[in-house]
Design a protein around this ligand. Structure first.
Ligand SMILES: [Cu+2]
Length: 163
């Protein structure tokens, strides 16, 4: 069973109009599934997050949102297989490109990545497994290295056990 993913919107830059992030491109490059979480990191003096209808998304109308988030560290779990239209409600920000839409796919269609726990790994699988893990790791920048290290140690213990 594949794990739910967590995505920080705008990656290290976060949710802003100052970082040169193309949020549409950011979203287009990802597949979102039910259970995944979007994380919005921003200064709530200058930004917020509003989920709106498609019509309001297209016209940047921020006055009748479906939901509003404004903590500056918002975790939005994608619960439905539908379009989500998200934008910043501060004047001019949506028009400046602080907006994106996603289509959430049913969990059953999630591509199952091969894991380090695949049965009877052979030595030639070693590099493949490591690369696969790296590409499916959650985007936690500061702890990525330690997470990778932990899994590497775990993998070495496993292979040592089986051989
Ligand atoms: Cu904004």
């Amino acid at each position: 069973m594949a794990m739910a993913a967590m995505y920080t919107v705008g990656d290290a830059v976060g949710w802003t109009i100052m970082g040169g992030v193309d949020y549409r491109k950011w979203a287009d490059h990802k597949d979102f599934y039910v259970g995944d979480t979007l994380v919005f990191k921003y200064s709530n003096q200058y930004h917020n997050v509003k989920q709106v209808s498609q019509k309001d998304f297209l016209s940047c109308n921020t006055t009748s949102p479906i939901a509003t988030y404004m903590t500056g560290s918002d975790f939005i779990t994608l619960k439905r297989t539908s379009h989500y239209y998200l934008l910043c409600g501060f004047p001019g920000h949506c028009e400046a490109g602080q907006k994106f839409e996603i289509l959430v796919t049913p969990t059953s269609l999630r591509r199952t990545p091969s894991t380090v726990l695949s049965p009877s790994p052979s030595p030639s699988d070693d590099e493949t497994s490591t690369i696969t893990f790296t590409s499916t790791a959650p985007p936690l920048y500061s702890s990525n290295f330690f997470l990778a290290f932990k899994f590497l140690v775990f993998y070495l213990v496993l292979t040592g056990f089986f051989f």
